[in-house]
Design a protein around this ligand. Structure first.
Ligand code: NDP
Length: 293
């Protein structure tokens, strides 16, 4: 039976399931975080670039649950890459969250056109880890082509690589590469949120195979996808601002997908990414100043 606990490669315990808050409007974020914590979540995933770290911090404080019982994950945006810039990025995030220490700090994207700045930013994360300002460090959207050069320079193996993973885009080779290095794969858009919109897109929530499996367990398509992540040993960070869905997405610990159901979901992979191509991220097209407060 999959549980909600994962040990990172540096021994730190992380709840496998977290609440995501990308595109959660600031005025809805505190309430969503509070609802999640009341439901039992003990892990929130935000980012400097989401513009809602302050509201995440406020929701955590309002929940009444002790700070050290909540696992806070955030990410440094590419505009704050470079050594001094990333150290300052950490101070900005910690200040907005209202915490002294961040549990997991990631580089949000590789910056292929300025890879040296990416490496310098990671060196800052290593320093923050050394100083106890963060409990674990990692990366996001790093593809196999970025990994080799990155790992040559890194002194501390990243604990996590947060990447797009849902039934329609599984990145199995990248997941295997992460595993080979002891890096935990964390799934963003874990119920395929990124597949819901746009011309010609298919929603994973309406997939007949997933709905059929859901029917056999009396569960929803979202619950089946989240359970699939947990049974494959991944962390997942579903986003919702609706209390009923936040609760639904956590109600995963009373059923088990069968081997053939796991295989049927694995067979849905289209190999097509829905999010931006990581190689195409540049400061020119995605740069934005992260406010001081
Ligand atoms: P998700 O797969 O979490 O899907 C979110 C969407 O599904 C929202 O539209 C939400 O709407 C809806 N939803 C949530 N629960 C249910 C449910 N039970 N039934 C039906 N609909 C539901 O996609 P995201 O793209 O939001 O990814 C999740 C998190 O991953 C982000 O919040 C962020 O933390 C992280 N992320 C990281 C990225 C990176 O580059 N590192 C990129 C993208 C995401 P509603 O809120 O209205 O309920």
């Amino acid at each position: 039976m999959a549980t909600n606990s994962i040990k990172l490669n540096n021994g730190v315990d992380m709840p496998a399931l977290g609440l995501g808050v990308f595109q959660s409007a600031p005025d809805e974020t505190s309430a969503a975080v509070e609802a999640a914590i009341a439901t039992g979540y003990r892990h929130i995933d935000t980012a400097a670039a989401y513009g809602n770290e302050k509201e995440v911090g406020e929701g955590i404080r309002r929940s009444g649950v002790a700070r050290d019982e909540i696992f806070i994950e955030t990410k440094i945006w590419i505009s704050d890459y470079g050594y001094d810039e990333a150290l300052h990025g950490f101070e900005k995030s910690a200040g907005k969250l209202g915490v002294e220490q961040i549990d997991l700090l990631l580089l949000h994207q590789p910056l292929p056109t300025a890879f040296d700045r990416t490496l310098e930013a990671y060196r800052a994360l290593e320093m923050l880890l050394n100083d106890g300002r963060v409990r674990a460090i990692g990366i996001s959207n790093f593809m196999p082509e970025h990994m080799e050069r990155f790992l040559e320079a890194a002194k501390v193996m990243p604990a996590v690589n947060q990447i797009e993973v849902h039934p329609y885009f599984q990145q199995s080779e990248l997941q295997a590469l992460n595993a080979k290095h002891g890096i935990l794969t964390q799934a963003w858009s874990p119920i395929g949120g990124i597949t819901f919109y746009g011309d010609g897109k298919r929603s994973t929530l309406e997939d007949p195979v997933i709905l059929d499996i859901a029917g056999t367990h009396g569960k929803s398509a979202a619950q089946v996808m989240l359970r699939w992540h947990l049974q494959e040993g991944r962390s997942a960070i579903p986003k919702s601002t609706k209390a009923t869905r936040i609760a639904e997405n956590f109600d995963l610990f009373d059923f088990q997908l069968l081997d053939e159901q796991m295989a049927a979901i694995r067979a849905l992979d289209t190999g097509k990414r829905s999010g931006p191509e990581p190689e195409s991220i540049t400061l020119e097209n995605y740069g934005m100043a992260i406010p001081e407060t």
